[in-house]
Structures are given as C-alpha cells and as structure tokens.
Design a protein around this ligand. Structure first.
Ligand SMILES: [Zn+2]
Length: 285
C-alpha cells in the first residue's frame, strides 16, 4: 500500500518531456496513453515528498550479490515509471540509469566508463543504428560488458502518428536486430517521446516486454548541454527521489558527465539498480 501511495504522490511531479534529439528540442512534451495527468516541464515546482521512505533507507553497495540475480526485487510502476521495490524488505533508495538513442556516437564510451565503476544501466537501442556492421559491433560491445539492452523502436517515430501495422514493425524489427546480435530479445521498451499506444501495449503483452518512460532527464535541453551543468542538474534536481528513472542520451556532454552523475548518485546514498532485478514477464528466449 505504501508504494501505491508513493506512486500517486509522484504522479503530479513527474517529468515526462520528450526523449528528443537536440535538433528536435522544440518538440512538445510527451504524452503517454497510459497516463492521464498533464505533463510538467523540468522547471515546474514539485510537491513530491519522500521523507518517510527515505528515513528507512540506508547506503548500500551498488553491486548486488551474484546469488540474488535470479530473483526480481523491483518493478516499474506502469503509470509513473518509478522503480519500486516488490516488497518492504527491499531497499527503495535506488536509481536507474538509462541511455536512449543508442548506439550512435557515444554509447560505447558511456558503457566503458560505467563498466569501470561497476554501474549498471539500460541502453535503449534504435534499430536504425544497428543495421550496419559497425553498429552491430557497438551493440555487441555494450551487451558483452553486461548492460541491459532495451528497444527504442527502429526509426524513432511518434507511434501515435503511424498505423498499427507500422508500429508493430517499428518494435518487432528492432527486437529481431537486437536478437541477431545478442541472442537475447529485449525485456524493456521505451517509446520515442514517451508516447505509447494501444498497439504498443499489445505488442508488449505479446512479446513479454515491459514498457517504461522515465521520471526525469535534461540532456536534450539547451541549458544542460555541458558536462558541468548536466551533472549538476541530474544530481540536484528536486525530482531525484527513490526509484528515480533517469533518462539520458547518446550525447557528447552526457558522455563527459556520466561518471560524475553515477558517482554522485552513489555518494547521495542511492544504489544504481541492476536491470536484472527489475521484473519482466518470464518467457522462453
Ligand atoms: Zn529517443
């Protein structure tokens, strides 16, 4: 019940602006078919308070013991995209690192830096980046370092603007390309611009995948395109709360800021959550 109440209180504070490339930053904020609240901008005031849950949390090592890898300990709140503990015994003070629009120019280097400090993350891949041998090699490198690979569609369309058939193709083609490289189909999906549809929800159910948006991100905004400004806002935003689902991209300034962001989260007492611990439907690969 506590987690449900927390989710409700967070709903009004969530940032769901678009997963946008720099050249489309003027695009309007995202909407999602499974959320009815109006979307707020990153500068809007937040009413979120997590004092009660933070009082119970403690600083832990970011590394999960190997023998717990099999059991899910968190799930993605389908409305808020917050990473929530499955039961009260699980530490709620976690943050999830995610990198969209990968693997383009910087994802491998981002992954290498995170690997060096044992920080887990999800790289959400666009199929268009892994059609070439070079792109496939980048994805293989990231996967072989142990990172979770998610699906971010083939060509990054707003799914609500294309036919159901085309939406399916956008998701399934990328699943297939990822499978050809990694031998594993993605467990997680992130819709471009955060816009899910009835069709994408249906494909999630059919494919045994979990769709997630994010709780905050800044690296597509003009004010946060230096490593210093990005690191500062990612660590000091009022939206950094338990279960924060951090949206970042394959960008040069994000690449430069990623270690200070990850280490800063750990210094603040957050465990960087291992995506293997996040619930997804069981299925045969
Ligand atoms: Zn994107």
């Amino acid at each position: 019940m506590k987690t449900i109440l927390l989710g409700v209180s967070l709903m009004s504070a969530l940032i769901l602006s678009g997963c946008q490339t720099a050249d489309t930053a003027a695009e309007s904020s995202a909407t999602s078919s499974n959320t009815s609240e109006s979307q707020s901008s990153s500068t809007e005031e937040s009413s979120t308070s997590e004092e009660s849950s933070e009082a119970q949390s403690s600083i832990e090592s970011m590394e999960e013991p190997a023998d717990t890898q099999e059991a899910f300990r968190y799930h993605i709140n389908p409305t808020t995209s917050v990473v929530e503990p499955i039961d009260e015994a699980v530490d709620p003070k976690v943050a999830l690192l995610t990198f969209d629009d990968s693997p383009d120019q910087h994802a491998v280097e981002i992954a290498e830096q995170l690997k060096a400090i044992n920080a887990p993350a999800i790289f959400f891949v666009n199929g268009m980046y892994i059609e070439s041998d070079e792109g496939k090699a980048k994805l293989k490198q990231i996967y072989d370092m142990g990172f979770e690979i998610g699906n971010h569609t083939q060509t990054h369309p707003n799914l609500s603007t294309i036919s159901p058939e085309k939406q399916r193709e956008e998701i399934l083609q990328t699943n297939q390309l990822i499978y050809e490289v990694t031998g594993e189909k993605p467990h997680f999906f992130r819709a471009p611009h955060g816009v899910t549809t009835e069709t994408s929800d249906a494909v999630m159910a059919e494919e045994g995948m979990v769709s997630m948006n994010w709780t905050y991100g800044y690296d597509w905004e003009a004010d946060y395109q230096t490593s210093e400004s990005l690191s500062d806002i990612m660590l000091n935003t009022e939206y950094l709360n338990n279960g924060a689902n951090l949206l970042m991209h394959d960008r040069s300034w994000t690449n430069e800021a990623v270690v200070s962001i990850a280490e800063g989260l750990i210094e603040k007492g957050f465990t960087l959550v291992d995506p293997n611990l996040i619930e997804s439907p069981e299925r045969e690969e």
